[in-house]
Design a protein around this ligand. Sequence first.
Ligand SMILES: Cc1cc2nc3c(=O)[nH]c(=O)nc-3n(C[C@H](O)[C@H](O)[C@H](O)COP(=O)(O)OP(=O)(O)OC[C@H]3O[C@@H](n4cnc5c(N)ncnc54)[C@H](O)[C@@H]3O)c2cc1C
Length: 462
Amino acid sequence: MSRLSPQRPARRVAVVGAGPAGLYAAEELIRQSRHDVRVDVLDRLPAPYGLVRYGVAPDHPRIKSITGSLRKVLDDPRVAFHGGVELGTDLTRHELLARYDAVVYAAGAAGDRRLGIPGEDLPGSCSATAFVSWYSGHPDARPPLSLDTERVAVIGAGNVALDVARVLARPVADLERTDMPEQVLAALRDSAVREVVVLARRGPRHARFTPKELRELGGLDGVDVIVDPGQLTVPGSADPDRTAQANLRALADLAARPPLGAPRRIALRFFTRPHRVLGEHRVTGLLTERTHDGPDGAPQGTGDFTTFPVGAVLRAVGYRGLPLDTVPFDPTRGVVPNDRGRVLDTEGMPCPGEYVTGWLKRGPSGVIGTNKLDSAETVALLLEDLDRLSGRQLPDLEGLLIGRGIRPVGLSGWARIDSAEQDLGATRGRDRTKIADWPTLLRLGRTDHPVPVEPEELPWPS
Ligand SMILES: Cc1cc2nc3c(=O)[nH]c(=O)nc-3n(C[C@H](O)[C@H](O)[C@H](O)COP(=O)(O)OP(=O)(O)OC[C@H]3O[C@@H](n4cnc5c(N)ncnc54)[C@H](O)[C@@H]3O)c2cc1C
């Protein structure tokens, strides 16, 4: 039974970020029956879904299909999407707080961790973040590497390292079915890369891959996967970490497969940490040191150095939250300081009406579903706090944006981008081909009437 009070005006909540955490927060806000709530979801991009669209690997369409249920949240009449509106650029934190009863920050973790070694900024060395954004068709991304080299090192022992290695190594014919922009496919078609070496500084017991992604490597056509069986230790049956056990089994299966002389290979090497990226004008190699797992589990150097001749280095050592206007920020952890989702100021006191969820709340960890639980926790506290607030008359966001000449991309604008991408994909026998440039996205998103997009109008050769 609804406990809504008929005389109170609807409460207004802004959610900053239309990734999974933001959309799960919006879903929680409209699902409950305690308050009548209207939710404005703002995103700096004209397209919703955050890293589901711009991070999850294009060759994992089943995971990407979660956008179907996220879309239902945006379709609810109590939720409005305002794409192309950036907090910190188009409006300030205080302007937002003046217009809503509560604000939920769900801006993710768009930065990346660095290795902190010499040579890291040489041309040919880049973050997996930049590479993933590029192959995912993020409109801010530029080609971060020229793929004119035979051997690439990927540093990291998580699934992002495997995603990147797979995209670099697997036959382009397999990627043609995905939503990758045409110019990305063209670059991968011309790629000279033949070998991807994935380097992990600790042993396989501590790798953060998931068994499913490891097993997937073994099924790639045209790719040999090389694992040194000598680097695998047999897990004790009492080992409590079941993921580690499953990873070791998956690695042992890969190690047992003889190479078939396939055109490309992915080599997984453990106990290897990068020391220096070599090269004068661009990357020519990577100096590494062999490690062993120390008593506290941390990798310890052995003084045994090796040079890998590689023409590119990709670091996949983690994403990192970025500060959001004047919202309190912990630069060490790359998160907004919070107590279960209530934003805390520098004194550790709650900032009234401000909440955080997702990667910006807890750091870059967990799967998409983790954000659902996280947002439920944040929204439960927000609703508790709303009980104590009497409804206020608030100025609206639209007036502010119109005054600044900002035209947000609404849900119908996103629908036009969505169908233009599907139409473009259909011309090539795919479900979708992403549009990756700002002018076309905005032209489609901000037009009030549907405009068909002809492939030849788009800024790449069809
Ligand atoms: C490469 C990669 C692959 C992944 N693959 C998988 C997978 O296969 N399966 C899985 O379960 N999980 C996967 N994940 C994890 C999953 O994507 C995250 O758990 C999830 O996207 C985090 O949600 P979020 O909403 O906190 O952040 P995000 O998804 O990053 O969303 C944040 C949103 O905020 C917007 N934003 C940022 N700054 C501003 C601003 N100033 N103003 C307005 N809007 C702003 C951004 O544009 C973005 O849309 C992957 C992650 C990465 C990086």
